[in-house]
Design a protein around this ligand. Structure first.
Ligand SMILES: [Zn+2]
Length: 348
């Protein structure tokens, strides 16, 4: 079969690779859709120490079980499934407190196990034993269901933000993750939801979602006044930073209302993770700052259920569909901001 194999920085060729062969307890999926993640792009451009090449990338997928050597499970040949991609192999205090995304006893699909930029992918026995496969029971498209993984990551941030009817929310970053955060804030009843970005084309796409306004981030900082004006002078109660930028993190601390909550959803590049931040905003405004990394199984379950409900604007988030052979083009579409989610359809 053909697969997109990561060989090192800026090398993701589509190569002929052996068919996956199953051991006891494993399953084979025929991949129907696999969306391109921002981290795929980051790995392509900058490499990732956790990934030892050669490795088939792709971790936002939906597929159908076509072979099973795991008889003792409710998932059967013919079922369409999505997968919680964190494989936990032991226990520690983080697993015990339900924060399994934070354990060191984890491996991850497309990092430590071959992923789904391929027509077929093997599901490790551990994932099946741990109940990581979720059966799709409606006729919702596989492209939409491929968003369960990134939406779960957003749910992880929201599980600690507690957005509700009293809140105004600003999301910095109008990429696919930014619009997902905005849509989640809306579904949770936020009074007002705004999206900020420095790319006017991305803001145009963001206007297609149920938001109260979009704000262009300008080098002179005047967007901060604009956001304050939109929030009765107070600033947003919640600010989510969905771009990898220290300037955006500073904007978040400056913009947030007193007693506000700020989530640094995106980290900074590993090569320059230290940023000067005006921490007096945190002190005087009594801000609560949270981080967010990967997702808990409970977040994935919630994302899966929300997509199933049809109440999430997922089909507007998938803007492009490409065959596996055009994967590099998919990465460029994401990088330019022309696309929100690009979905790879790898069936041969
Ligand atoms: Zn992802």
């Amino acid at each position: 079969m053909h697969a997109a194999v990561y060989l090192g920085k800026e090398q993701l060729p589509v190569l002929e690779v052996p068919e996956p062969s199953l051991g006891d307890g494993e399953m084979l999926l025929e991949i129907e859709a696999c969306s391109v993640c921002g981290t795929d792009l980051r790995t392509y451009r900058h490499g990732d120490k956790k990934i030892v090449p050669p490795r088939i990338l792709g971790h936002e997928f939906c597929g159908r079980v076509i072979e099973s050597r795991a008889p003792d499970t409710s998932i059967q040949v013919g079922d369409r499934v999505v997968m919680y991609i964190v494989l936990v192999s032991g226990t520690d205090r983080y697993v015990e407190m339900g924060r399994e995304n934070l354990t060191t006893h984890r491996t991850t699909m497309s990092y430590h196990h071959d992923g789904a930029f391929a027509p077929r992918m093997k599901v490790p026995a551990l994932a099946i034993r741990n109940g990581n496969l979720f059966k799709v029971t409606s006729d919702i498209s596989s492209e939409v269901m491929s968003l369960a993984e990134p939406l779960g990551c957003c749910m992880n941030a929201h599980s600690r933000l507690g957005i509700g009817l009293k809140d105004t929310v600003a999301v910095i970053g109008a990429g696919p993750i930014g619009v997902m955060h905005a849509a989640l804030a809306r579904l949770q009843g936020a009074q007002k939801v705004f999206i900020l970005d420095n790319n006017p084309a991305r803001l145009e796409m963001a206007k297609g979602f149920d938001v109260d306004g979009v704000v262009l981030v300008k080098p002179d900082g005047s967007h901060r006044e604009e956001v304050r004006a939109l929030t009765a002078g107070f600033g947003p109660d919640v600010v989510v930073v969905a771009v990898s930028s220290a300037a955006a993190q500073n904007d978040a601390l400056d913009l947030a209302a007193k007693a506000g909550r700020v989530n640094f959803f995106a980290g900074l590049p590993k090569s320059s993770p230290i940023a000067p931040l005006d921490v007096n905003h945190v002190h005087y405004k009594e801000l609560v700052i949270s981080g967010s990394y990967s997702e808990k199984k409970s977040d994935f379950q919630a994302a899966f259920a929300l997509l199933h409900s049809g109440r999430f604007p997922a089909d507007k988030i998938v803007t492009h569909r490409l065959p596996l052979g055009r994967i590099e083009e998919a990465l460029l579409l994401m990088e330019s901001g022309e696309a929100l989610k690009v979905c790879i359809l790898p069936k041969e």
